[in-house]
Write a protein that binds this ligand. Structure first.
Ligand code: NDP
Ligand code: 2IT
Length: 451
């Protein structure tokens, strides 16, 4: 798993060793932490306070973790049990904020890696949000709306004790979209008897923000566009491959098509489609958001397209730009090598931690552009922050207003990452820049607040 070990700083090594001993069974979490600590070496060496105050040791330990039983009754009357999680990782710069993931692969390691990434991502948005994440191993796929509702009600019956608009504000992630957020909000309101912005990603009729649905995909493309332009490139005429066909992937397709790119492949966990004429995001929206069907049914709309069983082969489709928007570790070293050999000029991450350490090392060795998730997919949570602001002032802004703020935030994040990388002698390394810029604000707040 950990292939790029080059860290020499004794303090950082001791924090990592300690964590590896304590969290040996949490590979995704260790992977996320190690990737960050490597970038922080010059920062820790430049300022002794981080070691003196053990800021890093404190930052890798969640402030609180809640794990709970989620019992619910299925349509046949059988009692089912799932496991629920909320990791409240860091509240130095604001209330815990981060999504809920409902997927059979969810476990403590996955929720902790996502929560850890969220701390630095939220810091990069410049908005006052701490880091948190939660979810369950419940699989909404194949369940009836009534089953999903009963599950969400049971999940919130416990979660409501631990969250609140000034404490912890969950949102969506894999398997948690408008339907789930609606049921979760309804149950929170029923139990607590309060109508507040305790969740984001809400429906427009009950406090949601315009452009939140589009925000992660749009934000990814605004970030990629800024990075491409800074390197004398653009989306114009580029062939783009986007993995996944969920919330992030659909709106990444819409925006990068608007910016002149052509999306030629998309996927779900069963397989991928290739359409050299360009995939219309509205068809994917209909398949996924309306019909909740498999991507294979794209062939019913566009018979000339090709469907290939198995999702990992999507990275063998030759493209100029790759946007992984499905899940963690979906691009390994071999897939990265294939992308590079096929002439790919940049990988822009929409999913959280979609590239393995080996894949990142391959991008760096080849000198292609790389946008790390915690910077490039921050548009979703940034717009959640804007939803919180609108809820607090009990007003709602227009689509254009929110979208313009999102674009400004994403361009600002790119500039902050580029500046931090340059300041610490790693010009052009947006990965290191994201980790450093995100870290500095949280660390400063932690220093001010004492232990
Ligand atoms: P969705 O549930 O809407 O869509 C997920 C997509 O990824 C589906 O096409 C799904 O296929 C595919 N997928 C999920 N797990 C796997 C897997 N193990 N292997 C292959 N394909 C898989 O989720 P989102 O679009 O919201 O999230 C996608 C990624 O973006 C995640 O990494 C998430 O953490 C990240 N993200 C999401 C944000 C948001 O605002 N929603 C914000 C920032 C990051 P299938 O339907 O077959 O399961
Ligand atoms: O990974 C993420 O940033 C999200 N799933 C969005 C979190 C949020 O609070 O909007």
């Amino acid at each position: 798993m950990l292939t790029t070990m080059s860290m020499k700083n004794a303090y950082l090594l001791s924090v990592l060793d300690d964590l590896k001993a304590k969290s040996a069974h949490e590979p995704e979490f260790l992977q996320a932490v190690e990737e960050v600590l490597e970038s922080l070496e010059p920062v820790v060496e430049a300022d002794p306070r981080y070691e003196q105050q053990n800021v890093i040791g404190r930052m890798v330990e969640p402030e609180r973790i809640v794990m709970f039983r989620v019992p619910w009754v299925d349509d046949s009357g059988k009692v089912q049990v799932n496991r629920g999680y909320r990791v409240q990782f860091n509240s130095a710069i604001g209330p815990y904020k981060g999504g809920l993931r409902f997927h059979p692969t969810v476990n403590l390691s996955v929720v902790k890696f996502l929560g850890f990434e969220q701390i630095l991502k939220n810091s990069l948005t410049t908005l006052p949000m701490g880091g948190g994440k939660g979810g369950s191993d419940f699989d909404p796929k194949g369940k009836s709306d009534a089953e999903v509702m009963r599950f969400c009600q049971s999940f919130m019956t416990e979660l409501q004790r631990h969250i609140g608009p000034d404490t912890d504000v969950p949102a969506g992630d894999i398997g948690v979209g408008a339907r789930e957020i609606g049921f979760l909000f309804g149950q929170y309101k029923k139990i607590r008897d309060e109508f507040t912005g305790v969740l984001t990603g809400k429906g427009l009729s009950y406090g949601g923000s315009l452009a939140r649905t589009e925000a992660t995909g749009f934000g990814l493309c605004y970030f990629a566009d800024a990075q491409l332009r800074d390197n004398g490139q653009s989306f114009q005429g580029k062939k783009v491959v986007i993995s996944g066909s969920g919330n992030v992937a659909i709106y990444a397709n819409q925006k990068c098509t608007q910016l002149g790119g052509k999306v030629i492949a998309m996927s779900d966990s069963n397989g991928y489609i290739v359409d050299e004429k360009g995939i219309d995001y509205k068809v994917i929206q209909e398949i996924k958001e309306v019909k909740r069907a498999r991507i294979k049914t794209y062939l019913d709309y566009v018979p000339s397209a090709k469907y290939v069983e198995g999702c990992s082969g999507i990275w063998t489709v030759p493209c100029d730009i790759a946007m992984p928007c499905a899940t963690q570790n979906e691009i390994g070293e071999t897939a990265a090598d294939t992308l590079i050999a096929n002439g790919c000029i940049g990988v822009f991450e929409g999913a959280n931690m979609p590239s393995t350490p080996g894949a990142i090392a391959a991008y760096q060795a080849a000198g292609i552009l790389f946008a790390p998730a915690k910077a490039s997919n921050a548009g979703g949570v940034a717009t959640s922050g804007l939803e919180m602001s609108q809820n607090s002032e009990r007003l709602s802004w227009t689509f254009e207003e929110v979208d313009a703020k999102l674009k400004g935030i994403m361009e600002g994040i790119y500039a902050a990452c580029a500046a931090a990388a340059e300041r610490y002698g790693m010009k052009g390394n947006i990965q290191a820049g994201a980790n450093i810029a995100g870290f500095l604000k949280v660390a400063d707040a932690m220093l001010w607040q004492g232990i």
